[in-house]
Structure formats: C-alpha cells, structure tokens
Design a protein around this ligand. Structure first.
Ligand code: NDP
Length: 274
C-alpha cells in the first residue's frame, strides 16, 4: 500500500471526503462576524468546540450562544485585543482550560484604513500593523506555546489577502490602493512561511488563506461603480460570500492537509492581475 492510500483510507471510502472535528477545539480570531463568523460556524458544524475572539462587538457572546445551540458543541466568545501579547497569552490559556485542549487556530482578525498614501499617518500604520501582523503573530505564538508544552502539534490558518501579492485599487477616480493594508498582508504571508519553517519540527503546520473580494462589513461601504469594476477583474465575475472561504480553511486545519505547510492558498474567484 502506498503512503498516500494509507493516509486517505478509510475516510475517503464510502461516504467520500469526510472531515470530523469532534473533540477538537478551534480558536477563531475575529470569529463573531464576516469571514470569521463563517469560519466559526463551519468548524462547529464539523463538530469542533469553538472559541471566538473579538475586539469590541457587544453581540459576540450571543453569536457564540447561537452557534452552541445550533451545532451542539461548546462555543464561547472571549473579548481580547489580539495586538496585546499578554492578553492574548492569558486568553489562550483560559480557552485551553475551558474548551480545550486547543487543536487549531484561524488567525482571521484584520482591519483596514482606506486613505491616499499621502494622507496616511503613523497612527494608521500602527492600527493596521498591530492587528494584521502583530495580532496574527501573538495568536499563533500563544497556540504554539501551548502545543509545545504538551509536545503535540497543531494547525494554524492565517487569513491574509490576495492583496499580499497585488495592488488592489479601491477607487476609480484616483489610484487608491490601501498601501498599509496591502503591505501588512504581504508581511503576514511572509510571516506564515517563517513560522512554518521554525515550527515544522514541532509538528505545527502554518498556512495562509488569501481571500479575494468577500461580502462583509469591510467591503459593504464600497461605491457600486468600484464594486462592479472589481467584480469584473475576477473570472467568476462577482464577490464571494464569507461561507465560500471555509472549505479551504477546514481542509488546511484537517489531517487531510498533513503534508501542507508554509503555503499561501488563494480563494479569489480567479482574480486577474490588475
Ligand atoms: P470584518 O471587518 O467583517 O471583521 C473583522 C473582525 O476582526 C471582527 O470580528 C473584529 O472584532 C475583529 N478584530 C479587528 N481588530 C481586532 C483586534 N485588534 N483584536 C481582536 N479582534 C479584532 O472583516 P472581514 O470578515 O471582512 O475580514 C476578515 C479577515 O479577512 C481580515 O483579516 C481581512 O483583512 C481578510 N480579508 C477580507 C477580505 C474582504 O473582502 N472582506 C478580502 C481579503 C482578506 P469586532 O467585531 O469586535 O470589532
């Protein structure tokens, strides 16, 4: 029997491609709305307990409660600013005790500042980079510390963006491209490769999932003309729904992806290079 057939058997027989996260515990940062909420529901549907990290949305505990009821798993919301390392470490320890042991992380929380480059400030830089880069690092390190303590591996999915590789025009009248956001995503995609290299020996896999345009609060304020322009730069001709990001994340978290680490996977509907 080849190594490959050994890996896939028996999960690929009979019922097809089955993912069962029973007794797993997945942390989703920014898991209370948008892409993160779709991720929280998807892992809960696969049977995992889910810890939702949020920054300030007052309805996050209710979101967790609804997931718990719908999917019959444990789900709880934890208020935590991912840019604060001490708070992140304490929150992961609490989650590990209350819902854990933690087995996977979706580092999804992210923010953007949309301004012409000439108007950007140091505060804008700090806002974007402390959440999108430092926040991802803090979350990944907190999970890795716990896994190293118990000498057990885990899987981390970092939500980056297609804008890690391309500029992403958000206005038609002028070349406005969210330079801090895009460069933070370039940084986080590179961070993914660095963490994957350092932690492979600890059986920790780290991959980036890079969405294209997704219908969430982050994109809801866009001018219709800009949306139409952007949708036309995608082979599928439309923005994605948050749920369309979950298949790749679930795969990367699962043992079906046991030979995948350090990669960046684009879920962008076929974004053309514009
Ligand atoms: P949303 O703006 O809808 O949600 C952002 C989430 O991140 C919220 O849950 C928010 O919590 C949380 N968050 C923000 N800052 C912090 C912080 N400092 N600490 C903890 N939580 C925080 O975002 P999307 O769903 O659109 O995006 C999710 C991820 O996907 C981001 O990383 C984004 O860059 C990326 N992405 C999105 C695309 C899109 O088209 N929407 C395209 C490509 C990538 P709270 O509700 O409490 O504020």
């Amino acid at each position: 029997m080849s190594a490959l057939s050994g890996l896939l058997h028996p999960k690929m027989t009979g019922k097809g491609f089955v993912i069962d996260f029973s007794n797993k515990c997945i942390v989703v940062t920014g898991g209370n709305r948008g892409i993160g909420l779709a991720m929280s529901k998807a892992v809960a549907k696969a049977g995992a307990h889910v810890a939702i990290i949020y920054r300030s949305s007052a309805d996050a505990p209710k979101v967790a409660h609804d997931i718990e009821k719908e999917f019959k798993v444990k789900a709880k919301a934890y208020q935590c600013d991912v840019s604060d390392a001490d708070t992140v470490n304490k929150t992961f320890d609490t989650i590990d005790k209350e819902l854990g042991p933690i087995t996977g992380l979706i580092a999804n929380a992210g923010v953007s500042v949309v301004k012409p480059a000439l108007d950007l400030t140091t505060d804008d830089f700090n806002k974007v980079f402390t959440t999108n880069v430092l926040g991802v690092f803090n979350s990944a390190r907190a999970a890795a510390k716990l896994w190293n303590e118990r000498q057990h591996g885990g899987s981390i999915v970092i939500v980056s963006s297609m804008s890690s590789q391309i500029y992403n025009q958000v206005a038609l009248s002028e070349p406005l491209t969210q330079v801090f956001y895009n460069s933070s995503k370039g940084a986080v995609s590179n961070l993914t490769k660095g963490l994957a290299s350092e932690w492979a020996k600890h059986s920790i896999r780290v991959n980036a999932l890079s969405p294209g345009y997704v219908n969430t609060d982050q994109t809801s304020g866009m001018d219709k003309k800009v949306r139409d322009f952007q949708a036309n730069t995608v082979l599928l001709g439309r923005f994605a729904e948050p749920e369309e990001m979950t298949g790749q994340a679930i795969l990367l978290l699962s043992d079906h992806a046991s030979y995948m680490t350090g990669g960046e996977y684009f879920v962008d509907g076929g974004k053309l290079a514009t």
